[in-house]
Design a protein around this ligand. Structure first.
Ligand code: PMP
Length: 292
Protein backbone atom coordinates (compact mmCIF):
# COMPACT_ATOMS: atom_id res chain seq x y z
CA UNK A 1 0.00 0.00 0.00
CA UNK A 2 3.09 2.21 0.34
CA UNK A 3 3.07 3.08 -3.35
CA UNK A 4 5.24 5.94 -4.50
CA UNK A 5 3.14 9.01 -5.16
CA UNK A 6 4.22 11.26 -8.04
CA UNK A 7 3.73 14.95 -7.47
CA UNK A 8 3.72 17.55 -10.23
CA UNK A 9 5.80 20.64 -9.45
CA UNK A 10 6.54 23.28 -12.08
CA UNK A 11 6.93 21.03 -15.08
CA UNK A 12 8.31 17.91 -13.37
CA UNK A 13 6.90 14.82 -11.71
CA UNK A 14 8.79 14.02 -8.51
CA UNK A 15 8.38 11.23 -5.96
CA UNK A 16 6.50 12.42 -2.86
CA UNK A 17 9.67 12.41 -0.70
CA UNK A 18 11.47 14.73 -3.15
CA UNK A 19 8.54 17.00 -3.91
CA UNK A 20 9.47 20.16 -2.03
CA UNK A 21 8.90 23.89 -2.36
CA UNK A 22 11.12 26.72 -1.13
CA UNK A 23 10.69 28.07 2.40
CA UNK A 24 10.71 31.46 0.66
CA UNK A 25 7.57 30.60 -1.29
CA UNK A 26 4.88 33.09 -0.30
CA UNK A 27 2.33 30.30 -0.32
CA UNK A 28 4.21 28.96 2.70
CA UNK A 29 5.20 32.29 4.27
CA UNK A 30 1.84 34.06 3.88
CA UNK A 31 -0.77 31.65 2.55
CA UNK A 32 -0.46 33.63 -0.68
CA UNK A 33 -1.89 31.29 -3.28
CA UNK A 34 -5.00 29.39 -4.34
CA UNK A 35 -6.05 25.77 -4.56
CA UNK A 36 -8.79 23.33 -5.52
CA UNK A 37 -10.11 20.04 -4.21
CA UNK A 38 -11.29 17.73 -7.01
CA UNK A 39 -12.43 14.12 -7.13
CA UNK A 40 -12.01 11.41 -9.70
CA UNK A 41 -14.63 8.68 -9.93
CA UNK A 42 -13.85 5.56 -11.97
CA UNK A 43 -11.69 7.29 -14.55
CA UNK A 44 -13.70 10.53 -14.65
CA UNK A 45 -12.43 13.80 -13.18
CA UNK A 46 -15.69 15.14 -11.83
CA UNK A 47 -16.55 18.66 -13.03
CA UNK A 48 -12.94 19.33 -14.01
CA UNK A 49 -13.70 22.44 -16.09
CA UNK A 50 -15.79 23.96 -13.29
CA UNK A 51 -12.95 23.40 -10.78
CA UNK A 52 -10.36 24.88 -13.13
CA UNK A 53 -12.61 27.89 -13.79
CA UNK A 54 -12.97 28.45 -10.03
CA UNK A 55 -9.20 28.09 -9.54
CA UNK A 56 -8.54 30.73 -12.18
CA UNK A 57 -11.20 33.05 -10.70
CA UNK A 58 -9.62 32.66 -7.25
CA UNK A 59 -6.22 33.46 -8.79
CA UNK A 60 -7.62 36.48 -10.65
CA UNK A 61 -9.19 37.79 -7.44
CA UNK A 62 -5.78 37.88 -5.75
CA UNK A 63 -4.01 39.23 -8.87
CA UNK A 64 -2.12 35.99 -9.41
CA UNK A 65 -1.58 34.88 -13.00
CA UNK A 66 -1.14 31.09 -13.35
CA UNK A 67 1.89 30.45 -15.58
CA UNK A 68 -0.01 27.79 -17.57
CA UNK A 69 -3.31 27.77 -19.46
CA UNK A 70 -6.55 26.13 -18.33
CA UNK A 71 -6.07 23.41 -20.96
CA UNK A 72 -2.51 22.71 -19.75
CA UNK A 73 -3.77 22.55 -16.15
CA UNK A 74 -6.48 20.11 -17.13
CA UNK A 75 -3.94 17.89 -18.95
CA UNK A 76 -1.52 17.95 -16.00
CA UNK A 77 -4.29 16.88 -13.62
CA UNK A 78 -5.16 13.91 -15.83
CA UNK A 79 -1.47 13.04 -16.25
CA UNK A 80 -0.96 13.15 -12.46
CA UNK A 81 -3.84 10.71 -11.97
CA UNK A 82 -2.47 8.38 -14.65
CA UNK A 83 1.09 8.43 -13.27
CA UNK A 84 -0.28 7.49 -9.88
CA UNK A 85 -2.46 4.72 -11.27
CA UNK A 86 -5.54 6.34 -9.74
CA UNK A 87 -8.95 5.71 -11.29
CA UNK A 88 -10.68 7.19 -8.26
CA UNK A 89 -9.17 9.62 -5.80
CA UNK A 90 -8.66 13.18 -4.68
CA UNK A 91 -6.72 15.84 -6.58
CA UNK A 92 -5.21 18.98 -5.09
CA UNK A 93 -4.04 21.58 -7.64
CA UNK A 94 -2.22 24.54 -6.10
CA UNK A 95 -0.90 27.81 -7.50
CA UNK A 96 1.37 29.71 -5.12
CA UNK A 97 2.75 33.22 -5.51
CA UNK A 98 6.17 31.58 -5.78
CA UNK A 99 9.56 32.36 -4.29
CA UNK A 100 10.16 35.89 -3.03
CA UNK A 101 11.93 37.59 -0.15
CA UNK A 102 10.75 37.82 3.45
CA UNK A 103 8.58 40.86 2.73
CA UNK A 104 5.00 40.32 1.65
CA UNK A 105 5.16 42.30 -1.60
CA UNK A 106 4.02 39.96 -4.41
CA UNK A 107 6.11 41.96 -6.89
CA UNK A 108 9.15 40.27 -5.33
CA UNK A 109 7.85 36.89 -6.51
CA UNK A 110 8.62 36.68 -10.23
CA UNK A 111 7.23 33.21 -10.94
CA UNK A 112 4.16 31.50 -9.48
CA UNK A 113 4.54 27.79 -8.74
CA UNK A 114 2.09 25.13 -9.89
CA UNK A 115 1.64 21.88 -7.98
CA UNK A 116 -0.71 18.94 -8.42
CA UNK A 117 -1.06 16.21 -5.80
CA UNK A 118 -3.27 13.17 -6.39
CA UNK A 119 -3.97 10.58 -3.75
CA UNK A 120 -6.59 8.21 -2.46
CA UNK A 121 -9.48 9.71 -0.53
CA UNK A 122 -10.63 8.62 2.91
CA UNK A 123 -14.36 8.68 2.29
CA UNK A 124 -16.83 9.49 5.06
CA UNK A 125 -18.12 6.50 7.04
CA UNK A 126 -21.37 5.02 5.68
CA UNK A 127 -22.95 5.70 9.06
CA UNK A 128 -22.88 9.47 8.39
CA UNK A 129 -25.12 8.95 5.37
CA UNK A 130 -27.39 6.46 7.11
CA UNK A 131 -27.90 8.35 10.37
CA UNK A 132 -26.95 11.90 9.48
CA UNK A 133 -24.51 14.28 11.11
CA UNK A 134 -24.86 16.35 14.23
CA UNK A 135 -23.74 19.95 13.68
CA UNK A 136 -23.40 23.11 15.77
CA UNK A 137 -22.98 26.82 15.10
CA UNK A 138 -19.44 27.99 15.91
CA UNK A 139 -18.40 31.33 17.42
CA UNK A 140 -15.82 32.09 14.70
CA UNK A 141 -17.47 34.28 12.07
CA UNK A 142 -16.83 33.80 8.35
CA UNK A 143 -14.29 36.25 6.90
CA UNK A 144 -15.71 39.59 5.86
CA UNK A 145 -16.11 39.78 2.06
CA UNK A 146 -14.52 43.22 2.32
CA UNK A 147 -11.44 41.70 4.01
CA UNK A 148 -10.85 38.26 2.47
CA UNK A 149 -13.67 37.25 0.11
CA UNK A 150 -14.92 33.74 1.01
CA UNK A 151 -15.39 33.06 -2.72
CA UNK A 152 -11.61 32.88 -3.04
CA UNK A 153 -10.33 29.38 -2.31
CA UNK A 154 -7.03 30.69 -0.98
CA UNK A 155 -4.19 28.91 0.79
CA UNK A 156 -5.12 30.90 3.89
CA UNK A 157 -7.73 28.68 5.55
CA UNK A 158 -7.14 29.88 9.12
CA UNK A 159 -10.68 31.25 9.35
CA UNK A 160 -12.06 27.76 8.66
CA UNK A 161 -9.39 26.06 10.80
CA UNK A 162 -10.31 28.18 13.83
CA UNK A 163 -13.90 27.08 13.27
CA UNK A 164 -12.77 23.44 12.91
CA UNK A 165 -10.97 23.66 16.27
CA UNK A 166 -14.30 24.62 17.84
CA UNK A 167 -16.03 21.74 16.03
CA UNK A 168 -13.47 19.29 17.43
CA UNK A 169 -13.94 20.62 20.94
CA UNK A 170 -17.73 20.26 20.64
CA UNK A 171 -17.27 16.75 19.29
CA UNK A 172 -19.81 17.16 16.49
CA UNK A 173 -19.57 16.31 12.78
CA UNK A 174 -19.40 19.80 11.28
CA UNK A 175 -19.71 23.45 12.29
CA UNK A 176 -21.87 26.18 10.80
CA UNK A 177 -20.26 29.57 10.31
CA UNK A 178 -22.31 32.79 10.45
CA UNK A 179 -21.28 35.96 8.67
CA UNK A 180 -20.61 39.18 10.56
CA UNK A 181 -24.34 40.06 10.43
CA UNK A 182 -25.41 36.76 11.94
CA UNK A 183 -26.69 35.12 8.73
CA UNK A 184 -25.65 31.59 7.92
CA UNK A 185 -22.70 31.47 5.53
CA UNK A 186 -21.60 27.83 5.21
CA UNK A 187 -20.00 24.94 7.10
CA UNK A 188 -16.23 24.90 7.73
CA UNK A 189 -15.51 22.92 4.55
CA UNK A 190 -18.94 22.38 2.99
CA UNK A 191 -21.98 24.32 1.85
CA UNK A 192 -25.25 24.03 3.75
CA UNK A 193 -28.85 23.56 2.63
CA UNK A 194 -32.19 23.28 4.39
CA UNK A 195 -35.58 22.05 3.21
CA UNK A 196 -38.75 23.81 4.40
CA UNK A 197 -42.22 22.94 3.15
CA UNK A 198 -40.66 21.16 0.15
CA UNK A 199 -38.60 24.23 -0.80
CA UNK A 200 -34.82 23.84 -0.83
CA UNK A 201 -32.93 26.84 0.55
CA UNK A 202 -29.23 27.67 0.74
CA UNK A 203 -27.37 30.86 1.69
CA UNK A 204 -26.61 33.09 -1.29
CA UNK A 205 -22.84 33.15 -1.82
CA UNK A 206 -22.73 36.86 -0.97
CA UNK A 207 -23.56 35.87 2.60
CA UNK A 208 -20.04 34.44 2.75
CA UNK A 209 -20.09 31.02 1.10
CA UNK A 210 -17.66 29.49 -1.32
CA UNK A 211 -19.53 28.84 -4.59
CA UNK A 212 -19.26 25.08 -4.15
CA UNK A 213 -19.17 22.92 -7.26
CA UNK A 214 -21.26 20.30 -5.45
CA UNK A 215 -23.65 23.06 -4.35
CA UNK A 216 -24.10 24.19 -7.97
CA UNK A 217 -24.69 20.62 -9.17
CA UNK A 218 -27.26 19.99 -6.44
CA UNK A 219 -29.13 23.22 -7.23
CA UNK A 220 -29.21 22.28 -10.92
CA UNK A 221 -30.27 18.65 -10.27
CA UNK A 222 -32.99 19.72 -7.84
CA UNK A 223 -34.46 22.24 -10.29
CA UNK A 224 -34.38 19.67 -13.11
CA UNK A 225 -36.21 17.34 -10.73
CA UNK A 226 -38.98 19.93 -10.46
CA UNK A 227 -38.08 21.30 -7.03
CA UNK A 228 -37.98 24.92 -6.00
CA UNK A 229 -34.54 26.13 -4.88
CA UNK A 230 -33.87 29.50 -3.26
CA UNK A 231 -30.47 31.12 -2.78
CA UNK A 232 -31.41 33.34 0.10
CA UNK A 233 -30.68 34.64 3.62
CA UNK A 234 -30.89 32.08 6.41
CA UNK A 235 -30.67 32.56 10.16
CA UNK A 236 -29.98 30.07 12.97
CA UNK A 237 -33.77 29.95 13.57
CA UNK A 238 -34.26 28.64 10.02
CA UNK A 239 -31.78 25.86 10.71
CA UNK A 240 -33.29 24.95 14.07
CA UNK A 241 -36.76 24.64 12.58
CA UNK A 242 -35.95 23.08 9.19
CA UNK A 243 -37.69 19.92 7.95
CA UNK A 244 -34.41 18.67 6.49
CA UNK A 245 -30.80 19.80 6.38
CA UNK A 246 -27.78 18.61 4.43
CA UNK A 247 -24.22 19.61 3.56
CA UNK A 248 -22.52 19.47 0.17
CA UNK A 249 -18.86 19.26 -0.74
CA UNK A 250 -16.41 17.42 -2.96
CA UNK A 251 -15.38 14.96 -0.23
CA UNK A 252 -18.75 14.72 1.57
CA UNK A 253 -20.92 14.77 -1.60
CA UNK A 254 -24.43 15.19 -0.12
CA UNK A 255 -24.48 14.35 3.58
CA UNK A 256 -27.63 14.56 5.73
CA UNK A 257 -27.74 16.53 8.98
CA UNK A 258 -30.15 15.21 11.59
CA UNK A 259 -29.28 17.12 14.75
CA UNK A 260 -28.24 20.66 15.60
CA UNK A 261 -27.37 21.72 19.14
CA UNK A 262 -29.82 19.36 20.91
CA UNK A 263 -32.54 19.95 18.35
CA UNK A 264 -33.65 17.05 16.20
CA UNK A 265 -34.11 18.02 12.55
CA UNK A 266 -37.35 16.72 11.01
CA UNK A 267 -37.89 13.12 12.04
CA UNK A 268 -34.27 12.72 13.16
CA UNK A 269 -33.57 10.58 10.09
CA UNK A 270 -32.11 11.73 6.75
CA UNK A 271 -34.92 13.52 4.88
CA UNK A 272 -36.60 12.27 1.72
CA UNK A 273 -35.48 15.19 -0.43
CA UNK A 274 -31.94 14.90 0.94
CA UNK A 275 -31.81 11.21 0.00
CA UNK A 276 -33.23 11.92 -3.43
CA UNK A 277 -30.61 14.62 -4.08
CA UNK A 278 -27.85 12.35 -2.85
CA UNK A 279 -28.98 9.70 -5.35
CA UNK A 280 -29.23 12.20 -8.20
CA UNK A 281 -25.78 13.54 -7.36
CA UNK A 282 -24.24 10.07 -7.26
CA UNK A 283 -25.76 9.34 -10.67
CA UNK A 284 -23.61 12.04 -12.33
CA UNK A 285 -20.23 11.58 -10.58
CA UNK A 286 -18.74 9.14 -13.06
CA UNK A 287 -20.08 10.83 -16.17
CA UNK A 288 -19.93 14.62 -15.77
CA UNK A 289 -16.37 15.84 -16.24
CA UNK A 290 -13.30 14.66 -18.12
CA UNK A 291 -12.72 10.96 -18.78
CA UNK A 292 -9.23 9.52 -18.93
N1 PMP B 1 -17.01 25.72 1.54
C1 PMP B 1 -15.70 25.66 1.83
C2 PMP B 1 -15.14 26.62 2.80
C3 PMP B 1 -14.90 24.68 1.22
O1 PMP B 1 -13.59 24.63 1.50
C4 PMP B 1 -15.49 23.77 0.31
C5 PMP B 1 -14.63 22.76 -0.40
N2 PMP B 1 -14.27 21.69 0.41
C6 PMP B 1 -16.87 23.86 0.07
C7 PMP B 1 -17.59 24.87 0.68
C8 PMP B 1 -17.55 22.92 -0.89
O2 PMP B 1 -17.15 23.19 -2.21
P1 PMP B 1 -17.07 22.04 -3.32
O3 PMP B 1 -18.43 21.48 -3.46
O4 PMP B 1 -16.61 22.75 -4.54
O5 PMP B 1 -16.10 21.03 -2.80
Amino acid sequence: MNETRWIYIDGKFLPKEEAKISVYDHGFLYGDGVFEGIRAYEGNVFCLDEHIDRLFLSARAIALEPPISKKEFSDIIVETLKRNGLKSGYIRPIVTRGKGDLGLDPRKCPKPSVLVIADTLAIYPEEFYKNGLEIAIVATRRNLPTALPPQVKSLNYLNNILARIEVNRMNVGEGVMLNSEGFIAEATADNIFIVRKNVIETPATYHGALPGITRNCVIELARKDGKEVLETALTPYDLYTADECFLTGTAAEVVPVTKIEDRIIGSGKPGLITCRLRELFKSITSTRGRKY
